[in-house]
Design a binder for this molecule. Structure first.
Ligand SMILES: Nc1ncnc2c1ncn2[C@@H]1O[C@H](COP(=O)(O)OP(=O)(O)O)[C@@H](O)[C@H]1O
Ligand SMILES: [Mg+2]
Length: 329
């Protein structure tokens, strides 16, 4: 059985919440249900070696059909993808890009844009790390220091001068960072080549004012004001997505979901329990109207299919995208 959408438009979902609320697990759960459609994962938070060792809430395991690690080993070259075939299986439907740094993230986005089919999924896990990576990359390129070192230097200088010396500036710095992000990421979020899931950590919505001005802009307050928490990423991210859901783990251990916004006609969840339920079930099926279709996706069925030439293309996962492995010096 494989889960399919009856709709014409693709999903664009943002899941946010604290560490350990089930964001990555949602991507794993989707992968277990939508095969033979593929799930392209941008793992920029070093979570997916662990995720792939684990199981979904209902005990399913997923397999990779390709895995790439970003390598900056070759001198004079920014970086490139190295194919890691240690765990790949022909029956797998997950492609993982273990991305480190902004260039790896944008390169993975480009690869996925070229490779993804409309019924595939792409999961950016996480959108917060992606946003950190672009500012880190900027400071590194402009100031020749890591972001942590840069902020230390600025702070130390402030102490010396006894003056307020601005760190990253709204006009000269953040506008450039935003432009980089916009060119590489925003268009992809708005018009992805397939279904899209983005995860984000959360941050508190500030209610205070500075110099008589609200700390949060009107759009942020409008969308997240009543929730009290917003995704920690570029501030437009919630507006770029069609569905925004906050996941939370309650003090009693219950996992809950609250819809912040969704496409027209879809039911909103007000913090209901999703304990021991997979995202594909409680959201895609129950809210999004996705349905199971026979035309089996089990590994057994797809390996049978691959022996029969006429059914092969429909059932067998596609071969991994052709990325030239780095020639090791
Ligand atoms: N809906 C759920 N029901 C039961 N356990 C869950 C649920 N969601 C998450 N968990 C548990 O929480 C752990 C952490 O989930 P994970 O997706 O890695 O968190 P995140 O990516 O949000 O940091 C999972 O391994 C699982 O044990
Ligand atoms: Mg995670």
């Amino acid at each position: 059985m494989t889960l399919v959408t009856g709709g014409r438009s693709r999903e664009r979902i943002l899941l946010y919440g604290m560490e350990g609320v089930g964001k990555s697990l949602a991507a794993l759960d989707i992968a277990a249900r939508v095969a033979p459609a593929r799930v392209h994962i941008i793992d920029n938070d070093n979570a997916w070696d662990r995720m792939l060792e684990g199981q979904t809430v209902d005990g399913r395991q997923v397999e990779v059909c390709a895995e790439y690690r970003w390598s900056t080993d070759v001198p004079g070259k920014g970086g490139s993808w190295e194919f890691d075939g240690r765990w790949t299986r022909d029956t797998g439907n997950v492609i993982v890009y273990h991305a480190e740094g902004w260039e790896a993230n944008t390169s993975a986005i480009e690869e996925i844009r070229k490779d993804a089919e409309p019924d595939d999924w792409v999961a950016i896990d996480s959108g917060s790390a992606l946003w950190d990576d672009v500012s880190e990359w900027y400071v590194d390129n402009i100031f020749g220091a890591s972001k942590a070192d840069y902020f230390m230097q600025v702070r130390a200088q402030m102490e010396k001068d006894k003056a307020a010396l601005g760190a990253l500036d709204g006009w000269t710095d953040w506008s450039v960072i935003n432009a980089q992000y916009k060119a590489a990421v925003m268009a992809f979020l708005i018009t992805p080549p397939c279904h899209l899931l983005v995860t984000c950590e959360e941050a508190q919505v500030s209610t205070g004012q500075v110099k008589g001005k609200d700390m949060e802009d009107k759009e942020t307050r409008g969308l997240y004001g009543t929730v009290g928490f917003k995704p920690r990423a570029q501030k437009r991210i919630g507006h770029n997505m069609q569905t925004v859901i906050r996941l939370e783990r309650k003090a009693n251990g219950d996992y809950c979901a609250r819809t912040v916004k969704d496409r027209g006609g879809r039911e909103y969840w007000a913090g209901e329990s999703v304990m021991d339920r997979g995202f594909s079930e409680w959201y895609l099926e129950e809210v999004g109207g996705w349905q199971e279709k026979s035309g089996s996706s089990s590994p057994q069925a797809s390996s049978l299919a691959s022996t029969s030439p006429d059914t092969q293309t429909a059932l067998a996962p596609k071969s991994p995208p052709a990325i030239k492995p780095t020639a090791k010096a």
